[in-house]
Design a protein around this ligand. Structure first.
Ligand code: CP
Ligand code: NVA
Length: 311
């Protein structure tokens, strides 16, 4: 049965029920089918999405903007440095002002608490387009992509290798909602957030998911359906890049690590942008197991589903 998600924020996947996550997946499937069939639908006719960016973006910006147009609405790109936010206007005042003009707000920023604050004060749905803590739109897209490739999610083994960052956190939340077997392998001291792990384990008890954290990438990938990685230095961590490159080297996804999965049908995933030669080799990212551009495409379909459901 359909769940009514009108007016809902998407700040963290943990805030969604499993039914809502499945509704997003099913709606994404429909959005994609209809777009491929050339069927135009305009459920957001006359509606506007404000998009606030404190960090750069290729996929998030373009997929949200094009998605809004395809749904019949408009998207406004707002660079945070051009808003009065930069001169000290509060998030609460910004939220209340924007709510008088637009029908939804998407924001990409540093501190996760800023998105929570924006959602608290906005009268329109707020969508998290990445914080230092979470990247929910990407993780929802990723489980949709896995569902397309495997035909199921329950029991599918997703192994995330590398930094326990916003991507690792969001994938733990997403996998736990739909019964996946999520394994994260990081260097000691770079494990995913403890609260996210608690939340994922809480959902896992209900959905039959399993959640584990290891420090050995080869052991982690054994039997993997999917090997996922992301950059070793996220946006905002540029100063640590050289040190991280040394520390994370054993966690590079290369041919040897892919083979350690022991499966010919293992998928390689990356949210992009990739730092080729660091967390992944060219051979893997351009190789036959890689589905990275399907992920990138699916950002469009999944976010159209989210927009149409909440706005
Ligand atoms: N994966 C992702 O969010 O890409 P962008 O930083 O290009 O938006
Ligand atoms: N972890 C990366 C993801 C980019 C889409 C970052 O935050 O820079």
């Amino acid at each position: 049965m359909a769940v009514d998600m009108k007016g809902k924020d998407l700040v963290s996947i943990y805030d969604l029920s499993s039914e809502e996550v499945w509704q997003i997946i099913r709606t994404s499937e429909l959005m994609k089918l209809r777009q491929k069939a050339g069927l135009a639908e305009r459920p957001l006719n006359g509606k506007t999405l404000a998009m606030i960016f404190h960090k750069p973006s290729t996929r998030t910006r373009v997929s949200f903007e094009v998605g809004m147009w395809q749904l019949g609405g408009t998207a406004l790109y707002l660079s945070a440095s051009d808003l009065q936010l930069r001169r000290g206007e509060t998030i609460a005042d910004t939220a209340r002002t924007l709510s008088r003009y637009v029908d939804g707000i998407m924001i990409r920023t540093y501190a996760h608490e800023d998105v929570v604050e924006l959602a608290r004060w906005a009268d329109v749905p707020v969508i998290n387009g990445l914080t230092d803590y979470l990247h929910p739109c990407q993780a929802l897209t990723d489980i949709f992509t896995i569902y397309e490739k495997r035909g199921r999610l329950q029991g599918v083994k997703l192994v995330y290798v590398g930094d326990g960052n916003n991507m690792a956190n969001a994938l733990l939340h997403a996998g736990a909602k739909v019964g996946m077997d999520v394994v994260v392998a990081t260097p000691a001291g770079h494990e995913p957030d403890a609260r996210v792990l608690d939340e994922a384990r809480t959902d896992a008890r209900r959905t039959g998911a399993s959640i584990s954290v290891l420090n050995d990438p080869r052991e982690a990938v054994r039997g993997a359906d999917v090997i996922y990685t992301d950059v070793w230095a996220s946006m905002g961590q540029e100063a640590e890049e050289a040190e991280r490159r040394r520390l994370f080297r054993p966690f590079q996804v290369n041919r040897e690590l892919l083979e350690a999965a022991g499966r010919t049908d293992v998928l390689f995933m990356h949210c992009l942008p990739a730092h080729r030669g660091d967390e992944v080799t060219d051979e893997v990212v351009d190789g036959p197991h890689s589905v990275v551009f399907d992920q990138a495409e699916n950002r469009l379909h999944v976010q159209k589903a989210i927009l149409a459901l909440v706005m």
